[in-house]
Design a protein around this ligand. Structure first.
Ligand code: DC
Length: 216
């Protein structure tokens, strides 16, 4: 491969992009970055220090301290941290600090799969492949409920759905880097598609691009 190969995956919460990103990174032996964890790390730092989520200068300091090698998924995956992350993610200065770190990561050979909300549009606009993974809010809520129930928890479907819709609104409606498909993104709607089918569809797009690149 000539320059670091980049696969950008964007989409709303719960569409299956994390699983897809992991499968693709394994298959193509690329580095993997879930950029949502970087926003979650900032939110978590504020929560730990009992600081309000609209304290921009504290959020900037926390963003500067984010170490991509030390993102602890177990700690950061809590639902409340995701909600809080979506709130600190509206601050342009916080985004700029994190985007720089994400770009450095993408530039590291042999390349990477990055998933988030603005990878194809802002972080890596020149990515070799851009995928936009989506699913209806109802399907995403049903999946989330099944996930909670599979570990013995209980939750209310209507509440989960309202939560997802609120998060979509915030992520798609913010002024800086809103969630939207890049003009040249391949759309994958996983509402009616199992993750394996999404993986196969993504692989066929990627293999085409790789074949052209190897011929060039
Ligand atoms: O993908 P996630 O649920 O871990 O993301 C948490 C929040 O972080 C999400 O609601 C919005 C924000 N985020 C973002 O603004 N840009 C990204 N590239 C990734 C996440």
């Amino acid at each position: 491969m000539t320059h670091p190969f980049t696969i950008a995956i964007d989409g709303p919460a719960g569409a299956g992009k994390g699983t897809l990103a992991r499968r693709l990174a394994d298959h193509y032996r690329l580095n993997l970055l879930d950029t949502g964890l970087t926003y979650r790390a900032v939110a978590y730092a504020l929560i730990q220090h009992a600081l309000p989520l609209d304290n921009v200068s504290a959020a900037e300091t926390a963003a500067r301290q984010v170490d991509l090698a030390k993102l602890d998924r177990a700690v950061l995956s809590a639902h409340a941290v995701g909600e809080a992350a979506s709130k600190v993610a509206v601050f342009p200065t916080v985004r700029r600090i994190l985007v720089e770190k994400q770009r450095d990561f993408a530039r590291t050979p042999p390349g990477a799969v990055l998933d988030g909300r603005d990878i194809g549009t802002v972080v890596c606009p020149d990515a070799d492949i851009k995928l936009y993974v989506t699913a209806s809010a109802e399907v995403r809520a049903r999946r989330r409920l099944a996930e909670i129930e599979s570990i013995g928890g209980t939750a209310d479907f209507a509440e989960i759905l309202a939560d997802i819709q609120r998060r979509d609104e915030r992520d798609m409606g913010r002024a800086d880097s809103p969630l939207k498909p890049a003009a040249d993104a391949h759309l994958l709607d996983t509402s009616e598609m199992a993750i394996e089918a999404a993986f196969l569809a993504a692989m066929s797009v990627i293999d085409d691009v790789l074949a052209k690149r190897n011929k060039a």
